[in-house]
Structures are given as C-alpha cells and as structure tokens.
Design a protein around this ligand. Structure first.
Ligand code: ZN
Length: 263
C-alpha cells in the first residue's frame, strides 16, 4: 500500500496543487493529511475543499484548532491571521451555504489522534497531539522528552507541526532527508521511529520547495517493519502565494517572504 503523507498545507493552494500533481504522477493508493490545512496562507477555503476531496482523512492541527475554537499560544500576528482565516470560512456571499457548511463539517470532524495497526498519527506529538513540537535538536538537548515521547509509541509515529522533514529513531538519532540514500528511509524491525514528511505550504528547513512523503508498506499495511518512506520535494510558483499574502492586509508580508527562503 502506498500512502502519500501531506502535512502543514497552511492555506497555500499553489503548493498543494503542485504536490497533488506530483503524487498523481507517482501513483498512490491514498493520501492522508497530518493537520494544519489552514493558517498563515491566503487560500484557506480552497485548501479545505481540496484536502476534503483528495485525502482519506486529516488530523487536527493547532491552526485548524485555532480557526474552529480559539488560538492558543499564538503570537499577535498569527492570532490575527487565524481570525482572518476564520472570517474566510464564515458564511459569505461568495460561497454557497451548503459549501460553507461542508467545510465546517470537515474541520469539525478532524481527529486529534489516529491509530492504524502499528502506526500512530498525530499532528504534534503523542504526548500533546495538537501542540507539542518534536525538534531535531531535542535528540541532544532534551533526551528525557524524547524518551517519554517514544514510550508512547508502539512502533511508528507520523507527525507534522515542525515543518522539518526527517525521521527520529529511538537509538536516538535524527535523520535528515539529505543524509538518506535517495531520500528513502527503511523502518527496521525493532526500532521505534517518528516520521515527519515536512510541510507542503510553509517549509522551514531552508529549502523553499513543498515537502511531502510516500509511505510504502509491504504486504499488510498495518505493519511498520520493512516499510519505506520516500521523501519528495516539489517546485511550485511561490511568488503566486507571496503576492496573494502581500495583498491581504491581515496577513503580514513576512509570511510571504519566509516562503521564498523556506524558513
Ligand atoms: Zn504548521
């Protein structure tokens, strides 16, 4: 079974379309979303529609939570962006009321945590599924935090949230994609791993291209051992998204500028 893992679309429609085209060209059995479909970007409604149409399921990210309920631990700019995002999804003469209702239903049905066999999927971490970050630096700087997180994982965990693609192993070690052969990580039989496909709509690893991964499970799709994770980067018309952000007063221009640098 080939599952495309997308995460942190952040209302970047140009990036999402490019990633979906790349996924279609490679061929997968299904696509799943690890959360933060909205927030920061200029096209929340269109991105919710596309994710709802193309993904088997989507988890709840902290930015989805902010739009549905309230922003928590957001800085002033992110909070303003969250309120602007919510306004775009509210009833509006631009949209049919059934379409508006369908979007809110999709957001409202997003799950905080999902288990499929040996795979656990959360937006942030198994300890705090919506909000906790698992950073590559935690490997050396917070070993107790990592140990606690790994204790909550059966075999493999899929996360997003940091916008940095790679794999944490419980040796402990963090594998950057550039250190993997051909961008492929193979899950071993006994190690525990945390897989982050990176961000579609706002990469933060100094590479501005959209990031996603394809998880290829051999035979039983619920067994992690022997599964391969292929990491992919996709060029997209970044300036298109930057121009849209700059034209929206509630979205600070640096939200666009950071996309050009991948930070
Ligand atoms: Zn995010």
């Amino acid at each position: 079974m080939r599952t495309a893992l997308i995460s942190d679309v952040h209302a970047n429609l140009a990036a999402l379309k490019a990633v979906l085209a790349d996924i279609d060209a490679r061929g997968v059995d299904r696509i799943v979303s690890l959360g933060d479909v909205v927030g920061y970007g200029p096209d929340p409604a269109e991105c919710v529609d596309l994710v709802a149409e193309r993904c088997e399921w989507s988890l709840l990210g902290n930015h989805d939570y902010a739009v549905l309920y309230e922003p928590t631990n957001f800085n002033a700019a992110a909070e303003r962006a969250a309120f602007w995002t919510r306004a775009q999804l509210e009833p509006n003469p631009k949209w049919d009321s059934a379409v508006v209702e369908r979007r809110w239903n999709f957001l409202g049905r997003m799950r905080v945590r999902l288990v499929e066999g040996e795979f656990l999927a959360v937006h942030g971490s198994p300890r705090k599924p919506v909000n906790e970050y698992i950073f590559p630096d935690d490997m050396s700087q917070s070993p107790a935090k990592l140990a606690s997180i790994f204790s909550k994982i059966d075999h493999a965990c899929l996360v997003g949230h940091t916008h940095v693609p790679g794999v944490f192993a419980d040796d402990p070690e963090f594998f950057y994609v550039e250190d993997m052969d051909d961008g492929i990580f193979v899950i071993g039989g006994t190690e525990k791993v945390i897989i982050n496909p990176g961000s579609v709509g706002q990469p933060r690893d100094q590479d501005p291209r959209a990031s996603y991964a394809i998880l290829e499970t051999p035979g039983d799709e619920r067994v992690a051992a022997g599964s391969k994770v292929h990491f992919h980067r996709v060029e997209y018309p970044i300036q298109e998204t930057v121009d849209k952000i700059c034209a929206i007063e509630a979205l600070p221009n640096w939200l666009g500028e950071r996309l050009l640098q991948g930070r």
